[in-house]
Write a protein that binds this ligand. Sequence first.
Ligand code: HEM
Length: 263
Amino acid sequence: MAYKSGKVETVSISDGGSSNPPNWCFFGWLLALTQLLLHGALGLVLFWVIYYLGGFGWHDQPKLEFNYHPVLMIGGFVYLSGNALLSYRSFGCCRHIYKKLFHTVFHILAVPAIVMGFITVWDSRNMNVPPIANFWSLHSWMGLTTMGLFAIQVVRMLVVGFFSFLILLCCEARTAALRAALVPVHATFGLITFLMAIATCLTGITEKAINSLGAKYRDLGDEAVVVNVLAVTLLALMILMPVLLLFDKFRSRRVHVVAVHGL
Ligand code: HEM
């Protein structure tokens, strides 16, 4: 949108410079739905674990110790990482530095959740009598891959963060282009990790549902419905997140160029 008033011309390139402005109302609904699904997934996994799987326990009750695993993994990989990815969309009105801060804080909170999520499943397998074998399933292999991708992202973030700090002290302008070039790589990697995490959750949920319900899964009782709704919620996030993150018009950065002529 551009308009002229006297000597002042205001050019808004909130749509990334294209001639069609983004539909912010549609964007708002999409963002609200995505947030609802993120919160819904966390609520549903908690409900499943507490109401149907017996709640939580520690070392001496390996079956209940396992129950931390789905909650912490969905909490860390889906809820917190999902909100980290969405920070640049959700906080559209804030300054870039605040969006960056929210992004980093959500990621930092996800780290202990994921580490604990892994420790609890590992421990629950080994503390079982007799111990259960590790890393035999497709889910566990996918889980290791997803955690590997996440670890690479965290290390990369720390390294880039550290050097950015050093760069600020000496030659910021010279390396700005390099840091800008790294942003798409970081964003793509982040989205791939999120999608891998959802695929991993879906295999884990299926495995646990078959283990705990057995043949009753086919009767589609209450628990089976809760499990399936949880899985569909995650599936919907797998579709909505890329739409919000990859659709160029939904970039929340609004740049207003004010060109003042004749001054
Ligand atoms: C991105 C999220 C997740 C990751 C990275 C992940 C990772 C893992 C890993 C690495 C193991 C193997 C542990 C071992 O063998 O000692 C495992 C086991 C398991 N996970 Fe997950 N998990 C995730 C989400 C879930 C969810 C949401 C559930 C749903 C209940 C689940 C259910 C299971 C089950 C039943 C096992 C034990 C059987 C097996 O080894 O496959 N996981 N998970």
